[in-house]
Design a protein around this ligand. Structure first.
Ligand SMILES: [Mg+2]
Length: 385
């Protein structure tokens, strides 16, 4: 079998672009992948087009070999933009291999270890009262792991974010959730790397121990030493890793005990090839995967197969629940996609990933230039989105 085409599709899906990639072969089989950079898709498109130049005519079943060539066969290896492109191609190659062998992708990763994929829901109640009601609704519908978001004083300036001003209302809302609804469910928060070490420590110290089951990405992750300093200042388990673009970026976080959940993103880390290696490494350290999945059905399907095949798994992020309905699961665009039943995702049983894309539809959609919000503090300085 030979690769005959690789097509990048950066398409607008309502609130941002989705970066899909199709790999075609001379035997009529094709695979779909997705890149997870979630912004600056034209750079990923350029990387995919570059890889296409030397992948045409190659055997799509040599997945590990092609990964090594894409990652290593240049002097300046790796990097988030290139690895996002590699991820999409790698996932599409697994889709092709599954279809060629007529088995679901999880079978290629060692077989199924669970009957369904447990998921967590996200809710971003704007006040403590709204958050309590959102969590109450989710609990009543069977969700047992809930991730919340940042509360911040309201402002007419939508680009204003003052990190320290968010700490007290966010901590108070989480304490209110526990006081109102008890401790018989997992509660986490995504701080979207908006704090400094000192701010993150103060945030944690404003809540009784046991309020949070995980704190996701309180600070940026370039410096594991900074996270080690924070690790020493709080007893809250950390959930880190959605931006990591290789197993090597996970290395200090896993080996030094900095993170307690691995937020691996199959569309950023280097596809299923790299995610499986991260999973094995985490297993050796008794760390469960809590995969990042803010994208669409291709990422969801790929991550479901990974989650099915590993022993160390907690919850998959899924962006549809009674408190959140994202447009990127649109059935017109994705006529075949994994089925969700409340907080359980069914493991796809068809050949390949078990997802399909309406290519004609996305060919009619256009790319829209988009940038993540460029946030600033009250004094005008740049702060993280
Ligand atoms: Mg996150």
């Amino acid at each position: 079998m030979k690769i005959t085409d690789i097509k990048p599709y950066p398409v607008w899906v309502g609130h941002r672009n989705q970066m899909l990639v199709k790999v075609e072969t001379d035997e009529g089989l094709y695979g779909w992948g997705e890149a997870g950079l979630s912004g600056r898709e034209l750079a990923v498109t350029g990387a995919v087009n570059h890889y296409r130049e030397f992948l045409l005519g190659r055997d799509p079943l040599q997945i590990g070999r092609l990964w090594q060539e894409m990652y290593r066969s240049q002097y300046f290896e790796g990097g988030r933009t290139l690895t996002a492109a590699i991820s999409a191609i790698d996932i599409a190659l697994y889709d092709i291999l599954g279809k060629a062998l007529n088995v679901p992708v999880y079978q290629l990763l060692g077989g199924k270890q669970r009957d369904h994929i447990p998921c967590f829901a996200t809710t971003k109640g704007g006040t403590a009262e709204a958050l309590v009601e959102d969590v109450r609704l989710l609990l009543s519908e069977g969700w047992d792991c809930i991730r919340t978001g940042i509360l911040h004083p309201s402002s007419d300036d939508k680009a204003l974010f003052e990190p320290r001003a968010s700490i007290a209302p966010t901590a108070a809302a989480l304490v209110a959730v526990r006081e109102a609804l008890g401790t018989d469910f997992a509660l986490g928060i995504d701080y979207h790397h908006r704090l400094s070490v000192a701010e993150a420590a103060s945030f944690c110290q404003r809540m009784p121990s046991g309020t949070l089951d995980f704190l996701e990405e309180p600070i940026r992750d370039e410096a594991p030493e900074a996270y080690e300093a924070l690790r020493a200042l709080t007893d809250v388990p950390m959930a880190i890793g959605e931006e990591f673009a290789s197993k090597w970026q996970f290395l200090p976080y896993v080996e030094r005990g900095i993170t307690q959940f691995a937020r691996v993103d199959v569309c950023n880390v280097g596809g299923l090839t790299e995610a499986l290696k991260v999973a094995g490494w985490c297993e050796a350290h008794y760390i469960d995967l809590m995969p990042h999945n803010p994208l669409g059905p291709v990422c969801t399907a790929a991550t479901a197969h990974l989650g099915a095949a590993v022993p160390n798994f907690s919850w998959l992020e899924i962006r549809r629940s009674p408190t959140e309905q994202m447009r990127f699961y649109d059935e017109e665009v994705f006529p075949l996609q994994p089925e969700a039943h409340g907080n359980r995702l069914a493991i796809p049983e068809g050949p390949g990933l078990g997802v399909d894309v309406n290519e004609e539809y996305i060919q009619e959609q256009s790319f829209a230039f988009w940038e993540a919000p460029h946030l600033h503090r009250r004094d005008g300085a740049v702060t993280n989105w």
